[in-house]
Design a protein around this ligand. Sequence first.
Ligand SMILES: [Zn+2]
Length: 161
Amino acid sequence: MLADGRRASSTTAGGVIVHELTADDVVAEREIRRYPPLDYLDVVIAWDQVGAWRVTCKCGWTGGEQPAVTETKYGTRNCPEDFEDRVFAPEWSAHVAPFAALTDLEQLVDQLRDVETRIADTVLLARRRRVLGTSRPRGRTVQARRPTAMEPPRTRHQRHR
Ligand SMILES: [Zn+2]
């Protein structure tokens, strides 16, 4: 979060990067990186303009906020890693948990499709080898033709009746 309310989502050597240009940026002679022919630009905002760090999502959700503090060693105002791990990471995990569940569901559906394909292939193979009969209008889609102890084997004549 910048002093002027803008949000930056990436950092560079001299500070953070935003993709919208304001009159203040021009007045302050901030570094502007243009990427022709795309209508796209980076403005480098100095570290002293970084007010706070906040975890956000593209959907609009925002989590906790941490005031930005200047690191004496480098003069930057990066979000401390331990804060990211301790505060932001659990909030983020909780936010994306429902989506993670959806991913699990998608994987299960994929597995089910694989099993269905394998069953269909195996049924086809079994029919070719005449282990299974073909489906009939009045009953089950698959009719077992394997003889069992309970039921004597049927003859070819009976099968086609
Ligand atoms: Zn979200």
